[in-house]
Design a protein around this ligand. Structure first.
Ligand code: HEC
Ligand code: HEC
Ligand code: HEC
Ligand code: HEC
Ligand code: HEC
Ligand code: HEC
Length: 339
């Protein structure tokens, strides 16, 4: 074949491909969004006792050389730490004169990235939370302090308002937790040890291809800040077990997905959850964009997101009419988390 003809055929093929793509795009846009009842499928164990689950240490005994390596620096694992494991936060507390005076009474720290709170034990599975709040830089040095003058400890707040999303295995009746910080159970659920022979026994394994609504439910249990449990009235889910349907008990208002006042960090989460569980768009979940066990200090944790097909979610953070390297600035804030 003459090279010029080859080129013409290639060009024709490309034209067909582009045409087919734009037809597909038009179809995707034209299809009216579904209006599904998010509570219609699956199970809920709200109100039941917390099931037995394998502890994080047991999982890490076998998975220490792979998952264990990045788990040490994963925000989920670090969200609450004992002072012996957080020398930089002990130094932070000592750096403020008022806090330094009570520093030895601070046993745990809440927050792993920008915002740090201070905790001490209050009986089994409960914490007191101090009024103090530090905004920190990447070195964990204070940029700003709040609530440190007239420092006080609150005995109820952590159990009433925080425990469900920052600790593991919370019993909504007595509001106690089984372990501080977030263990493997919070995402992988009840793990059958038979999975060592057949990985399809464990939620989120590569071989399983979990349904979009299952994945979405399990991330949304903590990332939809502003919902509440119908049964307990608490601002966190009631005995949600990964694999189950969050929306049978957890009541949320998806209008947040369209709220221009909401920061993009939260808004894109509401949008993605609504896309999946209300509009039935199952092709994109959190995991098309986020890699939980990647090194969070590297772009690799969100590298996947760059190749996702463009849609409205992109423009929570990017400009519709500008190159993708330009980002809309936003500050993550949350009334629930008090920052
Ligand atoms: C419904 C679940 C939920 C509840 C309840 C909740 N949080 Fe959070 N919290 C989150 C999630 C999810 C994040 C991470 C959000 C992000 O980074 O976009 C977070 C982040 C934080 C951070 C920021 C960590 C950092 O290093 O930047 C602090 C501090 C915090 N929460 C404190 C609290 C306190 C105090 C309470 C109770 C008064 C509370 N949270 C209740 C889900 C929750
Ligand atoms: C915040 C949710 C979350 C927590 C907590 C979590 N995982 Fe995962 N894990 C995932 C997701 C999501 C995947 C699927 C991989 C993907 O798509 O990136 C995964 C995958 C894995 C894999 C498969 C290998 C891989 O990297 O893909 C192993 C092994 C694993 N997790 C072990 C653990 C262990 C052990 C813990 C506790 C120390 C843990 N996970 C805690 C969400 C979590
Ligand atoms: C007795 C050792 C052992 C324990 C304990 C254990 N695992 Fe595993 N796990 C394995 C082996 C072996 C495999 C299969 C080989 C592989 O993928 O690493 C596996 C596979 C997995 C996978 C799928 C990996 C993939 O490639 O898709 C996940 C997810 C996982 N484990 C999570 C967990 C979690 C969460 C816990 C704790 C609740 C746990 N494991 C406890 C040994 C163990
Ligand atoms: C049990 C509650 C809980 C579950 C389940 C959960 N998260 Fe989180 N997530 C949090 C909290 C709390 C933080 C902030 C921790 C901190 O910094 O103190 C967080 C932080 C994050 C961050 C920011 C971390 C960083 O390094 O910048 C991402 C991204 C994220 N979660 C995605 C997910 C995805 C995807 C899933 C589902 C696979 C998921 N989370 C499941 C509670 C949860
Ligand atoms: C289309 C891709 C995409 C989807 C889908 C997506 N995210 Fe994100 N998300 C991102 C990107 C990109 C960032 C920005 C990371 C950064 O700032 O470095 C981000 C940021 C975040 C943050 C940090 C916000 C902050 O600034 O504190 C959290 C938490 C988060 N996502 C959770 C989720 C959860 C949970 C889901 C699923 C319900 C989800 N995301 C779905 C792309 C996505
Ligand atoms: C929550 C905010 C957020 C959302 C939603 C989001 N992005 Fe991004 N995007 C970022 C951030 C932050 C970066 C830079 C760091 C990185 O790559 O993770 C980025 C970088 C990119 C880049 C690389 C740009 C360059 O030239 O450097 C591309 C391409 C991209 N995003 C595409 C997308 C697409 C496509 C979507 C929708 C499917 C999307 N993004 C959704 C925050 C977001």
């Amino acid at each position: 074949m003459r090279p010029i003809l080859k080129l013409a055929i290639a060009a024709a093929m490309l034209a067909c491909f582009v045409a087919a793509q734009s037809v597909l795009n038009v179809r995707a846009q034209d299809a009216p969004p579904k209006k599904l009842d998010p509570a219609a499928w699956g199970e809920s164990r709200a109100g039941q006792p917390i099931p037995e689950y394998v502890s994080g240490d047991e999982c890490l005994f076998c998975h220490r050389n792979t998952t264990g390596v990045t788990w040490q620096i994963n925000a989920h694992g670090l969200t609450i730490r004992h002072r012996n494991d957080a020398p930089e936060l002990v130094a932070l507390a000592k750096s403020h004169t008022t806090l330094a005076a009570v520093e030895s009474g601070i046993e745990y720290f809440l927050g792993s990235r920008r915002h740090i709170r201070f905790l001490r034990k209050n009986g089994y599975g409960k914490f007191d939370i101090a009024s103090a709040h530090a905004v920190v830089d990447a070195e964990k040095k204070a940029e700003r302090w709040m609530g440190v003058e007239n420092l006080s400890w609150n005995r109820e707040k952590f159990a009433d308002r925080c425990a469900g999303c920052h600790t593991t295995g919370v019993d909504s009746k007595d509001k106690t937790f089984g372990a501080f910080g977030l263990e493997c159970y919070t995402c992988h659920g009840i793990v059958d040890l038979e999975h060592t022979k057949d990985t399809t026994f464990v939620l989120l394994a590569k071989k399983r291809k979990d349904e979009a609504r299952v994945v979405t439910s399990l991330c949304a249990q903590c990332h939809l800040r502003g919902g509440k449990s119908r049964l307990s009235g608490l601002p966190y889910p009631n005995n949600f077990v990964p694999g189950d349907n969050l929306f049978k008990d957890f009541e949320v208002d998806f209008a947040a997905a369209d709220d221009p006042q909401l920061n993009a960090g939260d808004r894109h989460v509401w949008r993605n959850v609504r896309d999946v569980v209300v509009e039935g768009k199952e092709s994109v979940t959190c995991l098309n964009c986020h890699q939980i066990h990647a090194d969070p200090s590297r772009a690799s944790a969100t590298r996947r997101h760059r190749i996702v097909l463009k849609g409205p979610i992109c423009f929570d953070c990017h400009y519709e009419d500008q190159p993708m390297k330009n980002l809309k600035p936003y500050t993550a804030t949350s009334g629930l988390c008090e920052y």
